[in-house]
Design a protein around this ligand. Structure first.
Ligand code: HEM
Ligand SMILES: *[C@@H]1O[C@H](CO)[C@@H](O)[C@H](O)[C@H]1NC(C)=O
Ligand SMILES: *[C@@H]1O[C@H](CO)[C@@H](O)[C@H](O)[C@H]1NC(C)=O
Ligand SMILES: *[C@@H]1O[C@H](CO)[C@@H](O)[C@H](O)[C@H]1NC(C)=O
Ligand SMILES: *[C@@H]1O[C@H](CO)[C@@H](O)[C@H](O)[C@H]1NC(C)=O
Ligand SMILES: *[C@@H]1O[C@H](CO)[C@@H](O)[C@H](O)[C@H]1NC(C)=O
Ligand SMILES: *[C@@H]1O[C@H](CO)[C@@H](O)[C@H](O)[C@H]1NC(C)=O
Ligand SMILES: *[C@@H]1O[C@H](CO)[C@@H](O)[C@H](O)[C@H]1NC(C)=O
Length: 310
């Protein structure tokens, strides 16, 4: 099915007109590239975009110069970036609920090979499977996939707070910027229009690539969450920053988390959840202007004012 979809991509060409404002990015590009706007095709689109963002371009269809991928080394404004160790178990940077990060190999179920076949992993019970499927689901919400939520394309059921998921990675502005750049490059490689890339890039940067952002609602059923992924002092501070609410959840060992390599890898993908314990997000904090602003951007995605691509 995915192969068929890909063949369609290959022949569809990219005579993509301007996206109407009442159609989400996900819906629009699913229709443009895969024809039928079904849940399965929306998942196929997100699979193409996420897999390409992670491992670099692998499909016969590539608009532009190619995508190195999140796992490849890169340079952002002269700063070298290497995100692979966070995914390969090379750093004790995953939150498994304890006071310190632990090492997990997320390339434990085939690595790049199944991704190149438009799959998340070879099997379906690995750390790799969980991570990739969660990325398909989360970015589908960001991009406004209207058919998501059923068996063909489940809604996001991973951990709610992106801060809790990523906090032991102590990520820098250059690192998060590189990740987002690869998502954008992947989308661009499938013909997503510049205006739509800008919308998505801006939304990702303002929601995740800032320090101390107030709680925002991305997944409606999960409510407002601390979602800053950019942590260290190179990160721009969010408007209406609520650093105190982050410190309240921060473990003492956080500053040491990424330096200690090679803890034991659990690699099972079924580890205990990150402690997304309610992080003192009082209702007052939740309803700050910044939360409303970002929340509105993503709600707009959902409503179809912008799009989807990843
Ligand atoms: C726009 C920015 C980003 C978004 C929206 C994002 C989103 C996500 C999501 C939804 C998950 C799955 C969480 C779960 O399974 O419960 C995840 C996990 C992960 N992300 Fe990110 N991410 C971003 C940036 C980054 C960056 C810059 C890195 C750098 C290496 C990174 C590394 C990881 C890793 C290693 C995991 C697995 C964590 C674990 O299961 O412990 N992410 N991310
Ligand atoms: C968007 O608006 C156009 C024209 O106003 C209409 O034909 C189309 O059905 C609408 N699409 C959706 C998904 O609402
Ligand atoms: C779109 O869906 C309809 C109904 O399910 C099906 O008959 C048709 O073959 C599909 N078209 C494509 C291009 O997949
Ligand atoms: C997971 O994989 C196993 C073995 O390949 C298969 O029997 C099972 O149906 C799969 N489960 C799901 C939910 O895909
Ligand atoms: C890169 O440099 C430009 C121009 O100085 C600056 O605006 C931007 O914030 C920098 N980005 C990163 C990730 O450092
Ligand atoms: C935590 O507290 C320190 C010291 O008061 C402060 O510099 C920092 O901005 C706070 N927030 C975060 C997320 O580190
Ligand atoms: C962090 O690392 C420093 C230097 O390696 C060490 O002295 C300190 O005890 C560590 N702190 C924690 C909480 O592990
Ligand atoms: C910051 O909060 C104030 C007061 O709630 C609000 O008016 C303003 O729009 C917010 N700024 C941003 C960038 O969200």
């Amino acid at each position: 099915m995915l192969f068929k979809s890909l063949a369609v991509v290959a022949t569809a060409g990219l005579a993509v007109a301007q996206r109407p404002t009442n159609t989400s990015i996900c819906d629009y590009y699913t229709t443009a590239l895969l024809k039928n706007n079904t849940a399965a095709n929306q998942l196929a689109l997100l699979t193409l975009v996420v897999n390409t963002a992670v491992i670099g371009n692998y499909t016969p269809v590539t608009v532009g110069t190619g995508v190195p991928g999140i796992l490849a080394k890169g340079t952002v404004n002269g700063t070298e970036v290497n995100l692979l160790p966070y995914f390969s178990g090379g750093l004790a940077s995953s939150n498994r609920g304890g006071a310190m990060g632990v090492s997990v190999n997320f390339l434990d179920d085939g690595g790049a090979a199944p991704l190149m076949k438009n799959m998340p992993s070879n099997g379906n019970s690995s750390a790799q499977y969980l991570l990739l499927t969660h990325l398909y689901e989360y970015f589908g919400v960001l991009l406004g996939c209207s058919m998501q939520g059923g068996a063909d394309y489940p809604g996001y059921l991973g951990h709610a707070s992106m801060y809790e998921v990523h906090k032991f990675m102590d990520l820098s502005y250059a690192e998060v910027t590189y990740f987002i750049s690869q998502v954008a490059a992947s989308a661009a490689s499938f013909g997503v229009a510049t205006d739509d890339l800008t919308i998505v890039g801006t939304a990702l940067n303002s929601a995740f690539n800032v320090r101390c952002a107030p709680p925002t609602t991305i997944i409606m059923s999960q409510g407002a969450q601390l979602n800053s992924i950019c942590i260290d002092d190179t990160c721009p501070t969010a408007p209406n920053a609520t650093c105190a609410s982050y410190n309240a959840t921060m473990e003492p060992a956080v500053s040491n988390s990424t330096s200690s390599a090679t803890a034991t890898s659990s690699g099972s993908g079924s580890g205990t959840s990150p402690s997304s314990t309610a992080t003192g997000s009082s209702p007052a904090t939740v309803t700050t202007g910044a939360a409303a602003t970002v929340g509105m951007s993503f709600a707009a995605v959902a409503a179809g004012l912008f799009a989807a691509f990843l």
